[in-house]
Design a protein around this ligand. Structure first.
Ligand SMILES: [Ca+2]
Length: 281
């Protein structure tokens, strides 16, 4: 019995791993080592290159949840969410926060610099009512090598999403880690297809001074149900057949009633009378 239970558990685990087309929501790796600021002004950082692993960054909070989004019409700061309800034609403004947590002052700039740093954002390609968009940050000397996070998007009807190639892929950062924040096109960012953005940004120095936000836009295309317009012409009642047992609510059948009237208008009046009687009007 114990063997059977163990085998069942193993099969369940395998089924989860190989299930195609299912994107898991949330950040990954979920079990990676994390860092904590001792105070908002005292965040020692890591002795190795690792991205987005502070759980209480002063200006961001939990860095592991580094990919979020909001309606693109919201131009005020903030308002980003990990889960959105979307509608047809909606433009979604997406944001990736990037922070190499390595502590330059402890291990030196060279050891603290991420090498061959790559950013990727993905949308799902299938038409369905629930999508998981994902973003990943990878570097040759990072540990873990890749970290990722998601945005969940849900619609009332099946929809598809594409990146807006006419909107910029921007990076907001402080050049050389000092001074004012600037926003400019992210060097090397390309649309591999409508659902994939890639950027190789090369070296990425450690510490909060070099934190950055990468932004881009996606568009929702949703099936919109056709509005059913009721017919404006009332149905023409079919005069009941005299030979149809039980078709008439009056004693004597249709003939006895129609016989009271003459002509077309009289027949129409008879039908109205019959229907009125039948429905108790
Ligand atoms: Ca997220």
């Amino acid at each position: 019995m114990r063997m059977k239970l163990a085998l069942t558990s193993l099969l369940s685990a395998v089924a989860i791993v190989v299930m195609p087309g299912i994107a898991l929501a949330g950040f990954a790796p979920a079990d990676r080592a994390t860092l904590q600021c001792i105070s908002p002004t005292n965040c020692p950082g890591a002795s190795y290159v690792t991205f987005n692993s502070f759980t209480n960054a002063p200006n961001y909070g939990d860095e592991r949840a580094f990919f979020d989004a909001k309606d693109a019409s919201i131009t005020s700061p903030g308002g980003f969410q990990d889960k959105l309800t979307v509608t047809h034609g909606q433009r979604i403004f997406m944001r990736v926060y990037v922070h190499n947590n390595a502590n330059e002052s402890a291990i030196g700039q060279a050891a603290a610099t991420a090498k061959n740093t790559r950013i990727q954002a993905l949308l799902e390609t299938n038409k369905k009512t629930s999508h998981v968009a994902s973003a990943a940050i990878t570097a040759d000397n990072a540990n873990p090598a890749t970290v990722s996070d998601t945005v969940e998007l849900t619609g009332a009807n099946p929809f598809t999403m594409v990146f807006d190639r006419n909107a910029p892929v921007n990076v907001t950062y402080r050049p050389n880690g000092t001074g004012d924040w600037v926003t400019r096109p992210l060097p090397g960012a390309t649309f591999a297809n409508d659902q994939t953005i890639n950027a190789n940004v090369g070296d990425w120095r450690g510490c909060f001074e070099f934190g950055a936000l990468i932004t881009f836009t996606a568009i929702v295309s949703m099936d919109v149900p056709k509005i059913e317009v009721p017919p404006q012409i009332p149905p023409t009642p079919t005069p009941p057949s005299a030979g149809k047992p039980g078709a008439l609510p009056v004693t004597g059948g249709a003939g006895s009633v129609l016989g009271v009237f003459t002509g077309v208008s009289a027949a129409a009046g008879a039908v109205h009378y019959l229907w009125g009687r039948r429905f108790g009007q």
